[in-house]
Design a protein around this ligand. Structure first.
Ligand code: NAD
Length: 332
């Protein structure tokens, strides 16, 4: 176990908050948690670590974050689900400043390991037109035609990590996450992703007695969803390893959005009338993670069954909604 300082950027967010929690569980104590949000908006906040509110788009703030660090996890980005990234392309691309300035700061302070959270959105759109997908292998990112905005930023930043490693010897590691879900994530407000959004809508229908649900697209688009525990395991395993190319960290359990709704209905014990909104953002038609490479290198792949992870996530969102006074009435 490393005894040096571990810096988690984006620690006020979903994956970053869980990573700090997991590092603490493992006994790490020298942790710096960084996010731009006010502390009362962090999804998880641990008083026993050094918490800093910084804007990592700024070079000087990246230097404050990176000083004395042994490892940096860059999980900070302006992002959200399809409803956000398809309508905020410029803001998503501006996250390039975060990774650029963090890499420069990491190099300046001789950081030993630098992890970058990339995304399945880097993959060529032509390979994702059919809901009956062939799962995406790492080489399918090129020739490049990623998701406009968010995906281009991720692909560019992946390459910058590679060149900092090749040219300057900074030990960068890059994961391409495929849809991560779990408790303590965004479930409301416009940045939420499909699993949380569907849990929220099903709970809202159940609590209000209005047994209908709006589904984005025709429900036949396919995806895989990775539970947060698998994401944390894969991230730390990759960061500690000598493997330097971008690698998929994602579940290979493919479901359609209709099947995702079926599962959440089953957990909730309701059956809803589905209204399909064909004008809503829905992303590519089909996407799955090919896990041949991660199996070959690490003999591991995400293994939490979607039904199991969803059940935990559903219960957490349910409690949050009830705690919040069920501000669910009239929500679209
Ligand atoms: P999140 O939005 O919950 O967390 C990101 C955090 O970064 C937020 O708390 C935000 O305030 C912070 N941030 C944004 N701009 C910042 C800035 N200028 N300075 C400091 N902090 C800033 O997202 P997440 O789901 O935890 O994702 C973490 C990383 O993983 C991101 O890079 C994301 O693109 C990537 N990723 C996530 C998923 C997923 O399904 N969650 C999938 C693929 C890739």
């Amino acid at each position: 176990m490393s005894s040096g300082k571990i810096v988690v950027c984006g620690a006020g967010g979903f994956i970053g908050g869980h990573l700090v929690a997991d590092l603490l569980r493992q006994g790490h104590r020298d942790i710096r948690a960084v996010d731009i949000k006010p502390f009362d908006e962090w999804y998880q906040l641990f008083p026993e670590v050094e918490n800093l509110r910084l804007d990592l788009r700024l070079r000087e703030d990246c230097e404050t974050a990176a000083r004395d660090a042994e490892q940096i996890y860059n999980l900070a980005a302006d992002m959200g689900g399809m409803g956000y990234i398809e309508t905020h392309r410029c803001l998503c691309m501006l996250s390039v400043l975060i990774n650029t300035h963090l890499l420069m700061a990491a190099q300046k302070f001789g950081v030993q390991r630098y992890f970058y959270a990339s995304s399945a959105c880097v993959y060529n759109a032509d390979k994702q037109r059919d809901p009956n997908v062939t799962a995406l292998k790492e080489e399918d990112a090129y020739p490049a035609m990623p998701e406009d905005g968010y995906g281009w930023e991720k692909l560019f930043s992946e390459r910058m990590c590679r060149h900092f490693r090749e040219d300057f010897g900074l030990q960068t590691r890059v994961a391409r996450y495929h849809n991560v879900y779990g408790p303590h994530g965004t479930w409301d407000g416009g940045r939420e992703k499909a699993p949380a959004a569907i849990c929220r809508k099903v709970i809202q229908a159940k609590l209000s007695g209005n047994l209908e649900i709006e589904v984005w697209g025709d429900g036949r688009q396919t995806r895989s969803f990775m539970y947060i525990d698998d994401c944390l395991h894969g991230t730390q395993m990759l960061t500690a390893s000598d493997f330097t190319d971008p690698i998929n960290i994602g579940s290979s359990e493919l479901v359609s959005i209709n099947q995702l709704v079926d599962l959440v209905e089953e957990i909730a014990g309701v059956k809803l009338k589905r209204n399909y909104n064909l004008n809503a953002p829905k992303g590519v038609n089909g996407r799955n993670s090919d896990n041949t490479l991660i199996q070959k290198i690490f003999g591991w792949e995400p293994r939490t069954r979607l039904r199991d992870g969803l059940e935990i996530t559903y219960r957490w969102i349910y409690d949050e909604m009830v705690k919040g006074g069920v501000s669910v009435v009239n929500r679209a």
